[in-house]
Design a protein around this ligand. Structure first.
Ligand code: PFF
Length: 450
């Protein structure tokens, strides 16, 4: 600990609800609305959903509690957290992989897709429906990403908006924005669901989504579900560790984690409910992969009455979801610069922001074909390294550290020094010691193909 001065200066969340909104804001993102539904479409519908729920409960949630506990005990950004705990310096590796993968690499490509959401809100109002009606939503998307300057423009715009919020700090910037954006997101989602499930022919989509056919399960289903659960809950990249460091000592960590993971899962499930009935009702296929949101859905909206409004609302929803997540990623980089290099928040924000924007440029242009790394587009390569290598390494080490090397302190932290009853303590211990490390090691091994 560096004396009471630095502790006194450390920011904290303004309220419990504000903190949960911010953590849920980080978790709820493109992963829930863009990635989760397309994985459901690709991996066999409801059976994937069941696997996803089980994994989130027994692996994702326990690791989230562990990350919050480390963060709150250390009161530091991930890179310095383990030093502050006084443990073997080896464990700082968790902080470094998280900060590099989350604060820098993930954010650099997350911005690019975040930029697409702004482009699509504007396009929805300026003719996207006509284009999609003529069957051209795929070529529209291809044309857009093929023109690098436009993609870069929106990427930078998205990043500037993110920076504009994060400059306000933890409680006055991030927390305040999330307290408005998350409820708004929820209301938009409900409007879209009502529209979707009341379309004639929606039942086929509901059946696909809610009626599990376990014969469709494959090894890939488990792999995708585990990777998605970690990505969706913002785990393994130092985010929840950083957010944990701003939590007050009296806060109930397991309950806050359950709220965060519960809201995240709820929004992913609702996104499917908004999307699949409409996709089926309009006669489209759910298995179009990453193009589901940006290619299939505009075509679906174009066939609906008042499609412009629903298209605009959907991409606005995607934008809100993305921006609250990118704030959390940027906060990791900013907290790192403030604590490691003793910068002011402003200086940290500008310098980290510029680095991240520059890192995002090759990701943005790579969609048009250049640059590539060993045959993969730069953006796909960075995403691969983050999601398939650094994220599993970070979360594996985190579970092993807490489960095997820091358990008594973790229990003290989670129970607020014994003042709090945690009914599932033994299940949690079992999950962080055995279930999570074994499962993560398995996805890491099985997911390693370039
Ligand atoms: N959880 C966010 C989503 O589902 O889109 C994305 C994300 C944010 C992933 C932060 C990882 C992270 F550290």
């Amino acid at each position: 600990m560096n004396g009471s001065e630095s502790l006194a200066k450390r920011e904290q969340w303004g309220s419990r609800i504000g903190f949960i909104m911010a953590a849920a804001g980080s978790a709820i993102g493109l992963g829930n609305i863009w990635r989760f539904p397309y994985l459901v479409g690709k991996d066999g519908g409801a059976a994937f959903v069941v696997v996803y729920l089980i994994i989130t409960l027994f692996i994702g949630l326990p690791v989230m509690i562990a990350e919050f506990a480390i963060g709150r005990a250390a009161q530091k950004a991930p890179v310095l957290a383990f030093k502050s705990l006084g443990v073997n310096p080896f464990w700082s590796l968790i902080g470094w992989t998280g900060t590099i993968a989350g604060g820098f690499l993930t954010l650099s490509f997350y911005n690019v897709v975040g930029g697409w959401t702004i482009k699509y809100v504007i396009a929805s109002l300026t003719g996207l429906m006509d284009v999609a009606n003529a069957g051209n939503s795929e070529s529209f998307f291809g044309h857009f990403v093929g023109q690098s300057y436009e993609v870069v423009f929106y990427q930078v715009l998205f990043m500037l908006v993110t920076m504009g919020v994060v400059i306000g700090g933890v409680s006055k910037g991030i927390e305040r924005a999330c307290k408005v954006l998350m409820p708004t997101l929820f209301v938009i989602m409900l409007i879209l669901i009502v529209r979707s499930v009341t379309l004639p022919g929606a039942e086929a989509g509901l059946k696909f989504y809610l009626h599990p056919d376990f014969s469709k399960l494959t090894g890939e289903t488990f792999l995708d579900a585990l990777g998605q659960s970690f990505f969706s809950l913002s785990l393994g990249l130092g985010i929840m560790l950083t957010y944990g460091s701003y939590i007050g000592k009296e806060e109930n960590l397991p309950s806050s984690s359950a709220w965060t993971a519960g809201l995240d899962t709820l929004i992913a499930l609702l996104a499917g409910l908004a999307i699949f009935p409409a996709v089926f009702a309009m006669g489209f296929e759910p298995g179009s992969g990453a193009g589901l949101s940006f290619i299939t859905l505009p075509a679906v909206f174009a066939k609906m009455p008042a499609g412009v409004i629903f298209s605009c609302l959907f991409f606005l929803l995607l934008f809100f979801a993305a921006i609250t997540s990118s704030m959390s990623l940027l906060e990791v980089a900013v907290a790192f610069a403030i604590e490691k290099f003793h910068m002011t928040r402003k200086k940290a924000l500008y310098s980290m922001g510029i680095i991240i924007i520059l890192l995002g440029v090759p990701a943005a242009t790579s969609l048009a074909g250049y640059p590539t790394i060993y045959g993969k587009a730069f953006m796909d390569a960075v995403e691969y390294v983050c999601n398939n290598v650094l994220l599993p390494i970070g979360s594996f080490l985190c579970a092993v550290f807490v489960g095997w090397f820091w358990l008594p302190q973790a229990i003290k932290e989670i129970t607020n020094d014994g003042k709090l009853q945690f009914r599932w303590l033994n299940t949690w211990i079992w999950c962080v010691r055995f279930v999570a490390p074994i499962a993560i090691a398995y996805i890491f091994y099985a997911g390693l193909k370039w």
